[in-house]
Design a protein around this ligand. Structure first.
Ligand code: GDP
Length: 194
């Protein structure tokens, strides 16, 4: 059993976060909450790396398609005209492709963030997946207003500044995928000395 302060999560600043000049601001918000950055790098991902980052299973792809269909229904858009289908499992692959294209459009910043309930706290600091719904005071709520209604119309992924793992299991998997055997640093922040 790990010490509560050793929970780790995976965070990636997406192309819009990098291009809006938010790298420092995002790191500041994590550090301000007493979370510790233990690995950090800017890099240009390969197609292969991004393709393997997003799940390929039917369930995840269908969920992505279903979310899009929900938006189309809510706003009265014509999914048949845009996708040639209204079936979530057939729409999902298109959205996944938009995501991969978007993630490759600029360098990314990847990091491992460590601390008490790091996974949940980082998601809370990030805010709702959909920036237009995200609370003020969250990264997405303060720096974006993007919505699936607009993104789907423009045939692109929702630009929501950062990616962060959803569960500790997903964090472990993503840290392995993105950092492999890279060095994770150990240090005590001021106030952590015994
Ligand atoms: P996350 O874990 O909060 O990033 O959210 P998801 O795993 O549900 O979705 C992955 C990414 O797909 C999101 O961060 C968005 O960039 C994008 N996305 C999710 N739902 C939609 C949608 O309905 N339309 C579009 N265009 N993009 C979406």
């Amino acid at each position: 059993m790990k010490h509560p302060k050793e929970e780790q999560t995976y965070v990636m600043i997406k192309p819009d976060g990098v291009r809006k000049g938010l790298v420092g601001e995002i790191i500041r918000r994590f550090e301000q909450r007493d979370l510790k950055i233990v690995a950090l790098e800017m890099f240009q991902p390969t197609y292969h790396e991004i393709d393997n980052h997003y799940p390929k299973n039917e369930e995840w792809i269908t969920r992505l398609g279903q979310k899009t269909m929900n938006t189309y229904e809510k706003y009265g858009y014509d999914a048949m005209a845009d996708f040639g289908t209204i079936e979530p499992h057939k729409i999902g692959p298109d959205i996944r492709k938009w995501l991969v294209d978007y993630m490759m459009s600029a360098p990314l910043v990847k990091m491992i963030v460590q601390g008490v309930h790091a996974v949940d706290v980082v998601r809370k600091i990030a805010g709702d997946t959909m920036p237009y719904k995200a609370d003020m005071g969250t990264i997405r709520g303060d720096f974006s207003i993007d919505s699936p209604a607009l993104a789907n119309k423009e045939k692109r992924a929702v630009m929501n500044i950062i990616h962060c793992s959803e569960t500790p299991e997903e964090a472990e998997h993503e840290i392995k995928h993105w950092f492999n055997n890279a060095i994770v640093h150990k240090y005590k922040r001021f106030g952590e000395e015994e």
